[in-house]
Write a protein that binds this ligand. Structure first.
Ligand code: NAD
Length: 503
């Protein structure tokens, strides 16, 4: 039996690492080897309370800090994240399993949100209307909410929290982050970088945990808003419970993203991008393509191209430069994905590439690219979010049938179309009931200066995340109507009991 002492991932509250008050922990696995690489503390309500207290006390000073100082701090933080991008990518890869280039990619997309937050003086500019009524002016501006909390999934340990905290903090809020207990260490490093940038203690806090910590956040009376990203059942639960306790909530859920391939598409281009969108990050992306919709007679040549490309993917540990696809996050995920492959065979779908046959040394959580053809909408393989490297092909007769298939589905995060026809693309983008659409772009994640979010069961709450909707989510609007009566003007003191109207 090994006696090696594993590292413990602590909370970071009020500028300090702390062991907190709960003695519960969870293992942090190395998905490439199957070994436990650390233990993470699991917070109890007292730890959440300590973090919220620190954030609550830091709020008045931070909210009053001038917008230019907040912007400069974001610049300093941005430069530190850029300087340590490779260090952060290695931490992400070690705990999540994704390959280093992919981890760098998520860091760059996170950095873009920090870039956006650096422009906060411009983003917080209000409106002003002169002389809306005689001697009356009207202006509006936005103010921070208070303590905001973020609850994050495992699959983007750096980027998804960065969708939240840079904008929350730049707009003058303080923040409590509860990262995924499966990939916790990146957030502690990010907290160190904020401190090095000069962020006052208590403005950004990290508390690790599971459902117990989440419930304590959802019920805490001093938290004003909750941003959640994760699976649909938990998003629905978080939205309902936090809304019931009076909070502003944005809760982004799971996905099943369809990509439609029309007969006029460049099939090699489409196959290449379906493979990248389906198997990048071992399919563990909310914007992964999990359903390829083959229209008309494209199915045979498309599936053949996809088969060849899927079988050529190099699978191995994320930290090894030659690897193109790493393991999935946990043994539980591995078993779930294998179960779906068996259920697809049982349901009568054609298994074209079997990921269970992967050949990687050791006890890591590896499952290879898996491709099914002739999948139908009743199959679990089609209905459920598998969240692994399983791509299914559904055959339909027309673009209209493809649109109906997408709109009959309750997942509505992203979708894509491959075509050479502008008219078909326009019909598609106008008709599908989905939040983010790619035209010949398989993973249409909007840039940070737009907002990100799905429809239907992929989003609970009115606000998409980051971009302009992020600024709106983390701020209250205020409208001020002013008059400065001149004592010398006759009649300026007169008022009426009727509802005020412009004169
Ligand atoms: P998850 O829902 O299991 O966990 C997300 C967070 O919720 C974690 O912090 C976790 O600790 C917490 N949590 C888990 N179970 C809970 C419970 N019973 N009660 C309260 N809190 C609980 O999600 P995951 O497996 O970490 O991440 C993958 C999921 O996230 C996928 O469904 C994926 O599609 C989704 N996702 C969505 C987006 C998006 O933008 N829509 C982005 C990334 C990931």
């Amino acid at each position: 039996m090994s006696t090696a002492i594993v590292r413990t991932v602590h909370h970071r509250i009020d500028g300090r690492e702390t062991a907190g008050q709960s003695n519960r922990t969870a293992p942090v696995w190395n998905p490439a080897t199957g070994e436990r690489q650390a233990n993470v503390l699991l917070a109890g309500p007292a730890d959440i309370d300590a973090a919220v207290k620190a954030a609550h006390e830091a709020f008045p000073g931070w909210a009053d800090t001038s917008v230019m100082r907040r912007s400069r701090l974001m610049f300093a933080f941005r430069n530190l994240v850029e300087k340590h991008l490779d260090d952060l990518a290695r931490i992400v890869s070690a705990e999540h399993g994704k390959v280093l280039d992919d981890a760098r990619g998520e860091l760059i997309r996170g950095l873009e949100v920090i870039d956006f937050a650096c422009g906060i003086p411009h983003l917080l500019k209000g409106e002003y209307s002169d002389q809306v009524s005689t001697d009356i002016d009207l202006f509006s501006f936005r103010q921070p909410l208070g303590v905001c909390a973020g609850i994050a999934p495992f699959n983007f340990p750096a980027m998804v929290p960065m969708w939240m905290h840079p904008i929350a903090i730049a707009t003058g809020n303080t923040f409590v982050l509860k990262p995924s207990e499966r990939a916790p260490s990146t957030s502690n490093f990010v907290a160190e970088l904020y401190a090095e940038a000069g962020l006052p203690d208590g403005v950004f806090n990290v508390v690790h945990g599971d459902k117990v910590a989440v419930d304590a956040i959802l019920d805490h009376p001093d938290i004003a808003a909750v941003s959640f990203v994760g699976s649909t059942p938990i998003a629905r639960y978080v939205h309902a419970r936090a809304t019931a306790s009076g909070k502003r909530v944005q809760a982004l859920g799971g996905a099943k993203n369809h990509a439609v391939v029309l007969p006029d598409a460049d099939l090699d281009y489409a196959a290449e991008h379906l493979i990248a969108g389906g198997y990048g990050s071992a399919g563990q992306r909310c914007m992964a393509i999990s359903v390829a919709v083959a229209v008309g007679d494209v199915a045979e040549p498309l599936v053949e191209l996809m088969r060849v490309k899927a079988q050529a993917i190099k699978i191995g540990p994320g930290l090894e430069a030659a690897s193109e696809m790493g393991p999935v996050v946990s043994r539980e995920a591995l078993e779930r994905i294998r179960g779906y492959i068996s259920s697809g065979i049982d349901a009568g779908a054609d298994l074209v590439v079997d990921g269970r046959e992967v050949d990687v040394q050791g006890d890591g959580f590896f499952v290879g690219p898996t491709l099914f053809d002739r999948v139908t909408p009743e199959m679990d393989l089609y209905r459920d979010e598998i969240f692994g490297p399983v791509l299914v092909v559904v055959r339909v007769d027309s673009l209209e049938d493809a649109i109906d298939l997408i709109n009959d589905n309750n997942w509505a995060n992203g979708t894509a179309i491959f075509t050479a026809s502008g008219q078909a693309a326009r019909l598609f983008q106008r008709s599908v009931q989905v939040g983010m659409i790619g035209v010949n772009v398989p993973v249409p994640v909007p840039m940070a200066f737009y907002s990100f979010g799905g429809w239907k069961q992929s989003l609970f709450g009115a606000h998409h995340i980051h971009g302009p909707e992020g600024v709106a989510f983390y701020t209250h609007a205020k409208a001020v109507t002013t008059r400065w009566p001149e004592e010398t003007k006759a009649g300026n003191h007169r008022s009426h009991l009727h509802f005020p109207t412009a004169v």
